[in-house]
Design a protein around this ligand. Structure first.
Ligand code: ADP
Ligand code: MG
Length: 388
């Protein structure tokens, strides 16, 4: 789960990590009021959406005069902001963060995430802050510094000093950096984060280290441990169909292609997406109905696929193990009773009760094609969709 910058900064404050003074607002009036409460002369107005790259896209604006804040807020609220992270459709700005303008001396980069290859948390830091770290890593990999943390020992001060020395920070800043990294690590572990990214982390002209931006993502499987984090969820920022899918316990991610896929098991779902690409098309989604999917779950899953306007055809690819194929067939037949299926449908059932499942589907009078393996199925659906 992702959260907004202003929420991430609230968490930072709780953990004693310095952030600019600021507050989230929902209207131009509130923005004006909030600007008056800020001690600094210069105020920054920042669009709050679950995507980065706002600066370049005009979503971060400096008001040298506080009188300008209301006008800037009006211009941003309700606007669709398109950044390199939002995709071409962009995101609607519904909230703003009004915060003190900081006198920036130097912009650094600092993040903390789980390195799955090494099975441990890793800090990534660089003097090249303020820009995309992917670009820095691609062009000048020597400027990206990594510090692995032994999860059984946790963060140690030498970890922070290792990074600070390699960055070449001044003694006064080193102290602040070592302390900040420790606090970030504590937050990361206690709150079940999967990523914390501060870009830029700034050294102000008067030598203070401040998190100017804040992105925090959480592992969904850890949300049950922290009610406060769960409360940060913002449904406005999520895909409607994904919200619907999560209600039914489905692993569903919407994608940009036109072939809807219904699969059981994450591995088979990935393989199905690959094979659709190999056959010359693009998947419209990732969907794992899960090992123990009931007829009801399958019905909901199928309806979610059909509700996506981009879906021009559906490929059902099931390997019946724990989930029996006749349950899948039953779910599809039930779904078809409630929504009209106007797109081609290819079904491949294999494993437990595959024969019974296929008999049921054939007997239902539904318009569908059967495939005997994954490659045949993918080719069939791609062909049927391209013919339309
Ligand atoms: P994004 O990463 O989405 O572009 P940031 O929060 O990193 O958004 O802001 C973009 C840039 O705007 C920063 O690199 C910084 O130069 C400037 N900026 C952001 N917040 C402030 C602030 N409070 N004071 C001064 N400059 C800021
Ligand atoms: Mg940033």
């Amino acid at each position: 789960m992702n959260i907004h910058e202003f929420q991430a900064k609230m968490l930072f404050s709780q953990y004693g990590i310095p952030v600019p003074q600021g507050k989230a607002v929902y209207s131009a009036d509130e923005a004006e009021q909030c600007a008056k409460e800020i001690k600094a002369d210069i105020v920054v107005v920042k669009a709050q959406i679950h995507a980065g790259g706002r600066g370049k896209a005009g979503g971060v604006k400096l008001a040298r005069n506080k009188k300008d804040v209301a006008g800037i807020a009006k211009g941003l609220l309700g606007k669709t902001l398109v950044t390199h992270q939002t995709g071409p459709e962009g995101r609607c700005v519904r909230k703003l963060l009004i915060e003190e303008g900081v006198d920036i001396g130097k912009e650094l980069y600092l993040s903390l995430l789980v390195d799955r290859t090494y099975s441990r948390p890793v800090f990534i830091t660089s003097l090249e802050g303020g820009m995309e770290i992917e670009e820095v890593a691609a062009r000048t990999p020597e400027k990206v510094i990594k510090e692995y943390i032994d999860p059984s020992a946790g963060y140690q001060q030498f970890n922070g000093r290792n990074m600070a020395f390699r960055l070449g920070l001044e003694p006064d800043i080193i102290k602040q950096f070592v302390s900040m990294a420790g606090r970030l690590y504590k937050l990361f572990v206690e709150k079940g984060a999967s990523l914390i990214e501060i870009n830029p982390l700034v050294i102000t002209k008067d030598n203070r280290l401040i998190a100017l931006d804040a992105k925090v993502s959480f592992d969904d499987n850890s949300l049950f441990k922290n009610e406060d984090v769960k409360a940060f969820r913002d449904l406005d920022e999520e895909e409607e169909l994904e919200i619907e899918a999560s209600k039914h316990g489905l692993n569903y991610v919407k994608l940009n292609g036109d072939i809807g896929c219904m699969v059981n098991g994450a591995g088979l779902a990935m393989a199905t997406m690959d094979v659709i690409k190999l056959a010359g098309s693009e998947p419209a989604n990732f969907l794992d109905v899960g090992g123990g999917a009931s007829k009801e779950t399958v019905k909901h899953a199928f309806q979610i696929l059909l509700a996506d306007k981009n879906v021009k055809g559906v490929f059902v690819n099931i390997f019946g193990g724990i989930v029996r194929c006749e349950r899948i067939a039953g779910g599809i037949i039930d779904a078809a009773k409630e929504v009209e299926i106007t797109v081609p449908l290819v079904i491949r059932l294999e494993g437990t009760n595959a024969k019974e499942g296929l008999e049921m589907l054939k007997g239902s009078g539904m318009n569908l094609e059967v495939a005997s393996d994954i490659w045949e199925g993918a080719q069939k659906i791609v062909k049927l969709v391209s013919r339309r």
